[in-house]
Design a protein around this ligand. Structure first.
Ligand code: PNS
Length: 158
């Protein structure tokens, strides 16, 4: 039996923490779909197309990973593809409460189960928002996002 999972997120932009979870998921599941939320009510720094292109560059070596955007409910995205599992990284206890709520809601409204993967300790403080803030004020972001993403961030904020 082939098992697929969706790794969802805003990925505005993808960090090394996200990438670590996607890569580790790719090693555990037969197929992984990275699902990039396109939220019409919240404009990101990067467009969905830009976020997808940045992620695709970083996972180009992984044959079982694809990247797509989605709008609306995550469970609809999963069910339309016959995928029953979501895989999400957990950084700290502070993530847990909201992640658990979403997992339980997704189980209830769509029958989609969520598996949590612990973030590698070296990435546990990382978030896209923090990286953007540091980059905006000219701080060093090396080691937080892949070099191509750092270059794209710096170009965007220049
Ligand atoms: O990277 P993020 O912002 O933590 O990702 C959150 C995301 C995209 C996984 C979550 O907001 C989501 O699934 N949004 C889609 C809308 C939806 O399904 N909402 C109900 C969740 S119970």
């Amino acid at each position: 039996m082939s098992v697929a999972a969706v790794c969802p997120g805003s990925f505005d932009p993808i960090t090394l923490g996200h990438l670590d979870v996607v890569r580790r998921a790719a090693g555990r599941f037969d197929a992984v779909v990275v699902a990039v939320l396109e939220n019409p009510r919240k404009q990101g720094l990067f467009t969905a197309e830009e976020r997808i292109a940045l992620i695709e560059d970083e996972v180009a070596d992984l044959d079982n990973v694809t990247v797509e955007s989605f709008q609306g409910l995550l469970v609809d995205f999963c069910n339309a593809r016959g995928i029953r599992l979501v895989c999400k990284g957990l950084r700290a206890v502070s993530d847990f409460e909201y992640e658990l709520q979403m997992a339980q809601m997704n189980q209830r409204i769509g029958g989609v189960e969520t598996l949590f993967m612990s973030t590698s300790p070296e990435h546990s403080y990382l978030s896209s928002s923090l990286v953007k803030e540091v980059a905006r004020y000219g701080g060093a972001i090396d080691g937080t996002v892949p070099p191509r993403v750092a270059a794209a961030l710096q170009a965007k904020l220049a």
